[in-house]
Design a protein around this ligand. Sequence first.
Ligand code: BES
Ligand code: ZN
Length: 389
Amino acid sequence: MRQVGVRAVLGALVLGSSAFASIENDFSTVLKFGPRVTGTPANEQARTYLEGQLRTLGYTTRREAFSYPRFDDLGSDVRVGERTLRGVALQGSAGGEVSAPVALVPGVGTPEDFRGVDVRGKVAVVRRGQIPFAQKARNALAAGARGLIVVNNEAGELRGGTLGERVELPVLGVSSATGAGLREGQRVALSVRVRQGDVRGVNVVAFKAGVTKPQMLFGAHMDSVAGAPGANDNLSGTLAVLDLARRAANTPLAARSFFVLFDGEEDGLRGSRAFVKDNAALVGGLRAMFNFDMVGVNVDPLGVSGDAALVNAAREANPALGSFSGGGGGSDHASFAQAGVPTLFFHTGIDPNYHQPGDTVADPALIRQTVDVALKTVDAVLSAAPARR
Ligand code: BES
Ligand code: ZN
């Protein structure tokens, strides 16, 4: 008796995570790694864990690496006396440390605005708006400024600002509150620390051994933006794909499917673009690509968009499916649609914590419901006559 008991315990230990696998477990494990920015250790930790889960389910996994250039702000600010005021380097800005007096430019930084003030050798300050960031920067440079601060014209930090080109001037974006504290002639130390380098992304591809021509591809991006834990965007979609893989594991669907966790989505759909490019034959044979992005917070009822026939199939199979009017952001299905693959994009709307530090919540029940709907839709799609492509 005693021996059987020991064996049962050992068995459970050997089965390990698979015996207790759940969306809840995966969610708390992966969220603890922190923001999964492509190229960071947390991103790699998450991948290693998720890959392990897919293997435990009996899938073969492979990694597909790709690289691309990215501009990173390594931490930029402006110091005024003892105070350090945080800002964000505009993309394309030069790095640099400038200690100089402030020149407040009345306006948004047009050539006329600069004509009325002497900014030579100084840190010019302009308001956001009306003309592109790059023009403000070029005008400041032409007027002889050594640095530029762009003050937000709405509440909050000036995030995601981009010059769209390289300008040889340190350019910092700050909130309107920070901007309001800057005084004419006051000495400041502007510190813009940036890096332009190559980032390496890695997609995880899972399939049953021997499957090379899948009909279905289920995908989600596993990376997130800096400063956001990415619970809804997009651990929710990632766990939907993992749950699909789990529920398909011992069914015929597994032999017809690929499961892909994309990296580099937040830097411009880099992972899905690389996948489509590197797997042209496989992609050309797909009947459908299902993409899951932000399915863990119910802002809207679960909705789908994409290929008209797939949307209809999804609606027919799931009468309760919310009629989704579009308006979702860009995501990895776009790379497949561009390659001519019928796509279906699942999401539950834009939550207030989108790309924010507060993106820490996703509801496993919603993720499970999304998978229910996806599985019913797949049945409808695969039982229909093959579409001519
Ligand atoms: N998860 C978002 C896209 C999204 C937004 C899905 C709202 C559902 C509802 C995605 O990660 C994202 O941020 N995409 C970018 C574009 C991408 C090419 C960098 C976006 O929408 O701005
Ligand atoms: Zn996303």
